[in-house]
Design a protein around this ligand. Structure first.
Ligand SMILES: [Zn+2]
Length: 255
C-alpha cells in the first residue's frame, strides 16, 4: 500500500502511521514497525476536543531576522550559558531564527500578563524572551528544552506552517510539532530529551508562551504531558525536522 494511503487508513483508526523512510540514525525502516511508529495522536485529538474556547491568534509573518543568538548575556552569564548550545544548534538547523534575549522583566514583555513567566516568543518583537534568573528556577536541561520549543515555533512560523493551524486540532498539532522540533534541536546538543527535568518542563508550556503582542491571546491547546513527551522523544530519535509531520501539518522546513 502506498505510504499516503497507509497514512490515510491509519488516520481512520485514530492512529497516524509513519511512512517508510530513511532516518539519519535508524536507516531504512518499514512502516509501523514495532517500536518505531510515530506517537499516537488519537489521544491528542481527543484532548483538543475538550478545549472550551480557542483564543490562539495566528501570528503574522515576520521579516528575515538575524541568525539565532543569545542577547543580554551580561545580565546573567550563567543563564546565557545554559541555553547557548541550544540556540546555536537551532541556528544551524533553521534559517533566520529570532534572537533569544535575557530579561529581568519577563512579566512585562509582549503585552504583560497573563503568560509564561519563564519564556515568551514574541513574534511582534521577533524575539524569544527568557527570564534572566532562569538559572535559579530551572535546571539546564529544562531551560534548554523551553528555548528549543520556542525556536521550534519560530521555525514553524518561518515555514508558513503556523498559518495553517486554524482549528483547535491543528493548533494542538502545532504544539506537538514544536515539541518534535525541540527534540530535533536537542539531539545535536548535550541535552538528552529523556532527562526527567525535560519531561517535567512541558508543564511550563500550558500558559500562553508565543504569538503576537499581546501574547496572552495565544493560549495553547491543553495537551497531556505524556503525549508531548512522546513527540519530543520522536524528534530526538529521528534527528530530522522532516520527520515531524503531525497529523495534517507538513514538515517542510527550509535548510
Ligand atoms: Zn508551544
Amino acid at each position: 500500500m502506498p505510504a499516503s494511503m497507509k497514512a490515510k487508513a491509519a488516520r481512520g483508526r485514530g492512529v497516524w502511521s509513519m511512512r517508510a523512510g530513511t532516518t539519519r540514525r535508524g536507516g531504512r525502516q518499514a512502516a509501523c514497525r514495532a517500536g518505531a511508529a510515530r506517537p499516537s495522536v488519537g489521544r491528542m485529538i481527543r484532548a483538543a476536543l475538550l478545549v472550551l474556547s480557542c483564543l490562539a491568534a495566528v501570528p503574522a509573518a515576520v521579516p528575515v531576522a538575524a541568525a539565532a543568538q543569545v542577547q543580554m548575556a551580561a545580565v546573567n552569564p550563567k543563564s546565557a550559558r545554559m541555553v547557548e548550545a541550544t540556540v546555536r544548534a537551532a541556528g544551524r538547523l533553521f534559517p533566520n531564527l529570532p534572537a533569544v534575549r535575557l530579561t529581568s522583566a519577563i512579566g512585562r514583555v509582549c503585552g504583560g500578563p497573563p503568560a509564561s513567566e519563564l519564556v515568551r516568543y514574541c513574534t511582534s518583537a521577533n524575539l524569544v524572551y527568557l527570564a534572566a534568573d532562569i538559572d535559579q528556577r530551572l535546571s539546564e536541561p529544562a531551560a534548554a528544552y523551553l528555548v528549543a520549543h520556542q525556536l521550534g515555533h519560530a521555525a514553524q512560523l518561518r515555514a508558513g506552517i503556523a498559518a495553517r493551524a486554524d482549528t483547535p486540532e491543528l493548533r494542538a498539532a502545532l504544539e506537538l510539532q514544536a515539541d518534535c522540533l525541540a527534540g530535533v534541536i536537542l539531539s545535536s546538543t548535550e541535552t538528552t530529551a529523556s532527562d526527567p527535568a525535560v519531561r517535567a518542563a512541558t508543564d511550563h508550556l500550558t500558559a500562553p508562551h508565543w504569538g503576537a503582542e499581546p501574547i496572552e491571546n495565544g493560549r495553547p491547546e491543553p495537551l497531556p504531558p505524556t503525549i508531548r513527551g512522546e513527540w519530543l522523544q520522536w524528534g530526538y530519535r529521528e534527528a530530522d525536522a522532516g520527520r515531524c509531520e503531525v497529523g495534517d501539518l507538513p514538515a517542510a522546513f527550509d535548510r
